[in-house]
Design a protein around this ligand. Structure first.
Ligand code: CO8
Length: 224
């Protein structure tokens, strides 16, 4: 999550995790790039682990080498999950986010573009996201749609939590390059109705409708 928006106080949303920091934006950008480079390699590690056919002894040697690296990372850790942090310039960073976190190798990552009325993203999903053979796991599709539809609901200026998400899996979604879109259909008070889709070169594979709710006490936002 990046960009200018309003942030609720922790008590307002009841879930915590919004942390104000004084880190200058240039320093956030620098550290984010450093972490993204590590995360990219860990993502490679995940794919390589799934697909490796090296022998058992080599697997054990690699495991021991990795355990040593984990111990080095553990020498300085946050006390819990990364949360969402932001500075006085409203530069925000949520490096642990499951879909787009710069420090989360589980995240594909999804890079969402905000056009005037549509959010869209192109992503390539590999072996780590498989469900049925050669196809994207249905829960992964829901996760990605939840995120991009939530971003559409937020319109980069307000907090919106998923209330209800309804998926229609029209056909299998192949691993590989995919396109996601989401847009607001209508709004009723704090409820924001959003439509989203995942497509491959042959058209939509998954379509979704969602109701996103702006929690009481969170700012309506004042534009991007
Ligand atoms: C920019 C970042 C993008 C990332 C997006 C990622 C999105 C996410 O994953 S968010 C995480 C998953 N979602 C959650 O954890 C949400 C958990 N639920 C909650 O916090 C609350 O139930 C919440 C905020 C959704 C609603 O609570 P609350 O504000 O008390 O609702 P409440 O006052 O009872 O109802 C308000 C209205 O919403 C409706 N509503 C409430 N809950 C739901 C629901 N689950 N589904 C549909 N409608 C609902 C009510 O019917 C009511 O409608 P009306 O005004 O017409 O009577």
């Amino acid at each position: 999550m990046t960009g200018r928006r309003s942030f609720p106080e922790e008590s307002a949303v009841g879930v915590g995790g919004f942390v104000r920091e004084d880190t200058p934006t240039a320093e956030v950008d620098r550290r984010e790039a450093v972490m993204a480079s590590l995360t990219g390699t860990v993502r490679e590690l995940i794919d390589a682990t799934i697909r490796t056919t090296v022998d058992d002894d080599e697997v054990h040697r690699i495991r021991d080498g990795l355990a040593a690296l984990v111990a080095r990372l553990r020498t300085a850790q946050l006390p819990g999950p990364a949360g969402i942090r932001y500075n006085a310039e409203l530069r925000s960073w949520n490096w642990g986010n499951a879909v787009m976190g710069a420090a989360n190798a589980i995240a594909p990552p999804l890079r969402v573009q905000h056009d005037s009325s549509v959010c869209h993203a192109d992503v390539v999903l590999g072996a780590a996201y498989e469900g049925p053979p050669g196809l994207v796991h249905g829960g992964v599709s829901a996760m990605l749609l939840d995120h991009i539809m939530g971003e559409a609901a937020s319109a980069m200026r307000r907090t919106a939590f998923t209330g209800t998400l309804t998926m229609r899996y029209r056909r299998g979604t192949p691993l590989g390059p995919l396109h996601l879109e989401a847009s607001i259909v209508r709004e009723e008070g704090r409820k924001i109705f959003v439509a989203g889709s995942i497509s491959d070169a042959g058209g939509a594979t998954v379509e979704a409708d969602g109701v996103f709710i702006q929690p009481v006490g969170t700012p309506a936002g004042g534009g991007r």
